[in-house]
Structure formats: C-alpha cells, structure tokens
Design a protein around this ligand. Structure first.
Ligand code: HAM
Length: 424
C-alpha cells in the first residue's frame, strides 16, 4: 500500500516543537493581554468575498494563492489565507464598532496559501497577530510595533531588523501611482515579465520584484514618501518619534509596500538575517479603508501578523536553546507491590500543578532513572517495598519519604527548592 503522507507544504507538529511553540505563545499572550488586547478566534474558512474584497482583487494572495472550494450548497468558501480581513469582518458583524474604541484584538491561527513550498514557506502556517480598530493615532501603530519588537527580544530571536515606510492616504497614493506608472512605462523594456504585467494592475508591487535588473531600476523610481499628503507625513513623523522614544531601532525603506491591497499610511516588516530567502518574521501596517470596504463604518485600524514557524527557525538558527524539561517529578516503581501507592502519589502531585510522569513501560529501575533524566525531572521518587525515597537528580542527594499523604507535600517542597537553586 502506498505510504500516506501530509500534503505538500504542510507539516506535523510534534511535542518537542510544541514545547517551544508554547513558550512563544505564552510570551505573546502575556504581552498582548497586559497591553489590553483580547483574544479573538474567527472561523478557519469564510465566504470567499471576505478575502477577495478584504485582501484585494490584485494581491497575489487573492489571485493565485487561495484555497477556494464550493461546499455542498455550492457556496464559494475559502480557507483563511490571512487574518486581518476575517477579524475586520467579525468587528463589523459582531458590532464591535459600537464599543468604546479602540477595540484591540489578538489571535493565533493557521493560515492557508497555495505558495511554492520551501524552507520557511508553507501552505499552512500559523500566525500570531494583533489588530487595533477605531483610532488613527500613530501611538497605536507605535504600540503594536513595540509589542512585536519586545516579543522578539524576549524570545531571543537573533538578528532581527525593522523596516518602516508610509504609503500615504488613498488620495496621495493615487497621485503617486500615476507618477510611478509614468516612470514604469518609460522603462518598460527593462522590466521583467511579471513586473510588466503589474504596471496596470498594481504598480506598487513592482518594488517587490526579486529580479536583479528590476531591483536596480526601482532604485531610481519616484519615492512614495516624497509625495505624502501633509497629514500622512505628520502621522509618519510622530510614529518615528514614538518608536525612537521607546528605544526601537528601525530603518526607513521607501520601497517597502507589502503585498496586500488594504494598506494605507504605515507599513512595516521585521526580517531576520539568519533565515535566507523567507526572512520576514512579521509584518503589518495600517488599513484605514478596510472596515468600510467590508460594509462597516469608516474605521481606522492597524495591525500585524507574525509567522510562528519562521520565528522558531530563527530561534533554532541562533543556537540550540537549553532543552526544556517536560517533567518536574518522575515516579519510579521499583517493585509492582508499590504500584498502587505510587499511582496515588502521582495523582496527589499532579493536583499540586506539578508535571509528573511515572513508569508505564515496565523499565528496570536503572532504565526508569535514565528516563527521569531524559525528561529533565528535578526529582525522582523511587518506590520500593522496603521504603520510599526522593532523589534529587542534580547532586543525587536522597531523602526518605513517608508513604502517607505527606509524601506529596515533601516532594513538592523538594521540587521548589531544586527550582530555586537552579534559578528556573
Ligand atoms: P503577511 O506579511 O502576508 O501579512 O504575513 C505575516 C507573516 O506571516 C509574515 O511576515 C511571515 O512571518 C508569515 N508568513 C506569511 N506567509 C507564510 C508562509 N507561506 N509560510 C510561513 N510563514 C508565512 C499578513 O498576513 C497580514 N494579515 C498582516 C497584518 C495584520 N497586517 C495588518 N494586520
């Protein structure tokens, strides 16, 4: 029989990776909730129109990458390729625009894009994202950028840099677009085929070309920041001031436009030097027109998405992190006569919120102690007929244990002492 495998561009996530994912997720959750962002979950699929109207009819995501299918009632549905349009749909549908603004939300969710898979680029990836609706103040843009920068620092993601740009409001972008199209038409013969096709549909995206000749040509293209409307220019200046005050280092990049049609004013991207071609570990920007285009009231908004697989790759590239212990206590059953008592101790320890494992594989005592050390347990309990002992795995100091209910209290105290002395 043919071997069954995951579909191309998708992957199984096993417990070892989840241990690191949880660290990332716990840190994100703590940071976002401390800053007043509440978690939101939207469905994994939506009516296709949410993304077609939201992400934009000319973006690569909508034109080439969506997983779209008809359900049995012949409705067109799409697996979520990105979170922003879905969260904006929920903001309108759930009446969140009637609550005190800004409404600040975060999510951790899988995204689906039919892209060419490679290291760091998958057809299913997970994003940690945050979106803030209802304020056009640059302090919101700054708050989000500072939150994400702080997360990378806390996680020890090495070599992260931030690029920043403003693409202005709709009117200044339309004027800029005209200038850019004139420039591109004048140099049409120097453009690669994909970029030539974009001149009419989405000329700003020519800046995203990876073709060296096009990259060289675009260095001479008119810069969006030179034709910003005064309000967007002031917005951008305040954002830079706030970031500088918060100690966040950034580089201005007038060629940064990002691949989704909904952006206006601020756009930003975090890259990581150790990652090769797929080096964007997070990105976002302002999308002041999106909520209205989805049928809601005119609502300024800003947010970001951060690809967790790439964050993990970057963390791994930065050196092997210290192995994360998966148990605090390992209970060894040296003789079957002690099984029931040991089993009871395991439950009592788990009830105290300790991470506890026990022998379930019939290993020898030596094998069980080896397993305890593999799991990183601080304490091994050895249950023998002639008496129970708790053994400190580091230092091998042994402590006799009583067999009554007080054993759990004794072991918990030993775990706390071990944690305090190892500084964890
Ligand atoms: P995005 O730049 O398309 O933006 O994706 C955000 C992040 O998701 C990227 O920086 C990258 O880390 C990760 N990512 C994207 N595609 C893949 C892939 N195929 N495989 C692995 N990781 C990937 C958005 O999706 C916007 N919704 C962000 C946003 C939120 N803008 C405003 N609010």
């Amino acid at each position: 029989m043919a071997k069954l495998t995951v579909p191309r561009g998708t992957r199984d996530v096993l417990p070892d990776e989840w241990r690191v994912r949880h660290r990332v997720l716990d840190a994100a959750r703590r940071r976002f909730e401390a800053a007043g962002y509440g978690r939101i979950m939207t469905p994994t699929f939506e009516h296709t129109e949410v993304f077609a109207r939201g992400a934009g009819e000319t973006s690569d995501i909508v034109t080439k990458e969506m997983y779209t299918f008809q359900d049995r009632s012949e409705r067109s549905l799409t697996l979520r390729p990105e979170g922003t349009a879905a969260v904006a749909r929920a903001y309108v549908e759930q009446g969140l625009h009637r609550e005190p603004q800004p409404v600040k939300l975060w999510y951790f969710a899988p995204m689906f894009r039919y892209e060419k898979p490679q290291e760091g680029r998958y057809r299913e990836h997970w994003q940690i994202g945050a979106e803030a609706f209802g304020s056009d103040h640059p302090a919101v843009d700054a708050e989000l950028i500072v939150l994400l920068a702080g997360l990378y620092t806390e996680l020890g993601v090495p070599g992260v840099t931030l690029r920043l740009n403003s693409i202005g409001d709709a009117s200044s972008r339309a004027a800029y677009r005209e200038q850019l199209v004139t420039f591109l038409r004048a140099h049409e013969t120097q453009l690669d085929e994909d970029s030539r096709a974009r001149v009419d549909t989405n000329p700003l995206r020519v800046f995203d070309s990876k073709v060296p000749a096009t990259i060289a040509l675009m260095r001479d293209a008119p810069k969006v920041t030179d034709s910003l409307d005064p309000a967007s220019a002031a917005h951008f200046a305040t954002l830079q001031e706030l970031l500088t005050a918060a100690g966040v280092t950034f580089a201005l990049d007038p060629s940064l436009v990002r691949g989704l049609d909904y952006y206006s004013r601020t756009v930003f991207e975090f890259s990581c030097s150790g990652l090769g071609a797929q080096d964007a570990v997070g990105g976002g920007g302002r999308y002041d027109g999106l909520v209205e285009s989805l049928g809601g009231p005119a609502t300024p908004a800003v947010g970001f998405g951060c690809g967790i697989e790439r964050v993990l790759l970057a963390m791994a590239a930065g050196g092997d992190p210290a192995p994360v212990a998966s148990a605090d206590v390992y209970v060894c059953v040296a003789e079957e006569s002690e099984r029931a008592g040991a089993f009871k101790l395991v439950q009592a320890l788990r009830a105290q919120d300790l991470r506890v494992e026990q022998d379930l594989a019939g290993r020898s005592l030596k094998g069980q102690l080896k397993q305890a050390s593999r799991l990183g347990a601080a304490i091994a309990v050895v249950a023998r007929a002639e008496g129970w002992q708790a053994q400190e795995m580091r230092g091998r100091v042994e402590h006799p244990l009583s067999r009554d209910g007080s054993a759990a209290v004794q072991v918990a105290a030993l775990v706390r002492t071990a944690a305090a002395t190892s500084g964890t």
